[in-house]
Design a protein around this ligand. Structure first.
Ligand code: FAD
Ligand code: NA7
Length: 463
């Protein structure tokens, strides 16, 4: 292929979170091989990159009145082993220059994400404080028209683009169910999206609705930081592990009367706060009906060929729209393939054949029965992606094994699973043990995390 053939094309990326940054990195990797780059513009509504990992103390709206993106909170530690998400072209060893533990806190992973992208001129591609308002596609010119707001100077303008990559995330718009009587609940009622840390729930009796990642982690965080009692209320299935005294699971709430919650099994209990850990909506307010991905949170959203290319219009690409076991390395594998498609390095089969491929994955997705099946499914999906691009291969089977061990670790002890260590499939390095057990570690700062304890004090004293 002619290495200059794409240089007049314009590519837009919506969002500079891990998925959008993966897309930029994928192009940079090709540039290093001597390819002329198309014009790349990434639109990011926040004032920094990192997406979810860019913590905000705000709730509701950002400083320019846009819906606040972030759902992460203080004291958030990785909820899976870092060895399961490691970039295969930028290892933890390369970034931190020493082994670190398997479950770093948010600021440390944020630092890692930035390390890879800071090595290039990625920032030059990104327009911060810029919200995508509306997208349309012109059938004649075969181009997208994207309407944007420069929030800082309050100016609306538009861009014409040949390809559009939607990397705007899907854990930001709350799914907020209604329960009869909740409007009269006298205490705090919030969605997990607005939870910013466990401090305010010290000595409180809290009720979490949901039985997935958010309920599990917010429940454990509140327990760790001194909540009086934590109750998780499940709709379909309980998490079903042996909880420590002070955390329990009950079936679904039926209704509230004042500060009392009534549960399906007849139990009633009084609470100080209710946190809806009821998941998120895939929400794309900037996309018209015919271009919008419409899906629930699952491992293979419909209508995306290879999980990324909108089948009716492959020039429209979605990254990271799946429910996630794999995260950063999956976004990379997707972004490399998307890049090859945009660079004419990948020839697509016909729409009907693509549809058959999608159906094959959907069919298998429908038959998944448990978390172990889910891990195998997403692992096979990653292998499929890796077989189609030159993203540096990694041992996916080994990562799948680690995910299964992680599930087991959590089941054995939800309070200590983050003290376990795993081996990198990228470098072979064994993670180190964190200097403090997770339950005793109340400081999630990078400085504290990277501090080497007495060893470092001795070193400092000798300087
Ligand atoms: P996001 O990180 O959500 O980034 C999307 C970006 O798009 C944002 O920067 C946003 O501002 C921007 N954007 C959105 N709309 C617009 C618009 N209209 N115009 C311009 N820009 C826009 N993953 C893990 O691997 N480990 C964990 O421990 C972990 N914990 C999590 C905890 C919580 C509470 C949540 C919510 C998620 C967690 N995740 C975790 C998953 C996390 O979502 C992914 O790791 C990752 O952030 C997804 O990257 P993304 O780029 O697809 O989306
Ligand atoms: P998930 O994983 O989508 O889970 C949502 C949970 O909320 C799940 O247990 C649902 O029960 C429950 N839910 C959803 N709607 C309702 C209603 N109407 N009533 C009661 N319960 C409901 O979202 P999470 O926030 O836990 O995790 C998302 C990401 O954030 C994840 O990647 C983490 O890393 C952090 P169900 O089982 O469907 O019956």
């Amino acid at each position: 292929m002619n290495k200059n053939s794409m240089k007049d094309k314009r590519i837009g990326i919506i969002g500079a979170g891990p998925s959008g940054l993966a897309q930029i990195r994928a192009f940079e990797a090709l540039k290093e091989q001597g390819y002329a780059m198309p014009e790349i513009i990434c639109f990011e509504k926040q004032d920094n990159w990192g997406g979810m990992w860019n913590y905000s103390w705000r709730t509701g709206v950002g400083k320019y009145g846009e819906p606040l993106h972030g759902s992460m909170y203080k004291y958030l530690w990785s909820n899976g082993p870092k060895e399961c998400l490691e970039f295969s072209d930028y290892s933890f060893d390369e970034h931190f220059k020493k082994p670190i533990s398997s479950y770093p806190p948010r600021p440390v992973l944020f630092d890692y994400i930035q390390g890879r992208i800071k090595k290039s001129n990625a920032r030059d591609y990104i327009r911060f404080d810029t919200t995508v308002r509306w997208v349309s596609f012109d059938e004649n010119s075969k181009k997208f028209n994207v309407i944007l707001d420069d929030l800082k100077i309050d100016k609306t303008y538009s861009e014409e683009l040949d390809y559009l990559v939607v990397a705007s995330g899907h854990f930001s718009t709350p799914n907020m169910p209604y329960f009869k009587g909740i409007e009269n609940f006298p205490g705090t009622v919030m969605h997990a999206h607005d939870f910013r840390g466990a401090d305010q729930f010290k000595d409180r009796n809290i009720l979490l609705i949901g039985s997935s990642y958010s309920a599990e982690d917010i429940g454990v965080q509140c327990y760790k930081h001194g909540a009086k009692s934590v109750t998780l209320s499940y709709r379909s299935n309980p998490i079903g592990i042996e909880w420590p005294e002070g955390i329990k699971e009950l079936p679904m709430v039926t209704h509230f009367e004042g500060d009392t919650a009534f549960f399906k099994d007849g139990t009633t209990e009084v609470y100080d706060a209710v946190i809806m850990c009821t998941g998120y909506q895939h929400k794309f307010p900037f996309l018209p009906d015919e271009l919008r991905l419409k899906t629930k949170n699952n491992l293979f959203p419909d209508n995306l060929y290879k999980g990324i290319l909108f089948n009716a219009l492959p020039q429209l690409i979605y990254l990271g729209m799946q429910d996630q076991y794999y995260t950063f390395n999956m976004f990379d594998a997707q972004a490399w393939l998307a890049r090859d498609f945009m660079m004419n390095r990948l020839t697509l089969p016909k729409e009907t054949e693509r549809r058959m491929d999608i159906d094959k994955w959907l069919d298998r997705n429908n038959k998944l029965e448990n978390s172990l099946d889910n891990v195998d499914f997403q692992s096979d999906y990653i292998k499929d992606l890796l077989s189609l691009s030159d993203y540096p291969h990694f041992n996916v089977d080994k990562v799948a094994e680690m995910f299964k061990e992680w599930l087991q670790d959590k089941e054995e002890n939800i309070l200590t699973y983050r003290d376990k260590t795993y081996q990198s499939v990228v470098t072979g390095t064994m993670a180190s043990q964190h200097h403090t057990e997770w339950m005793d570690e109340l400081d999630d700062s990078k400085e504290r995390y990277l501090y080497q304890g007495e060893q470092e004090e001795v070193l400092q004293d000798n300087l």
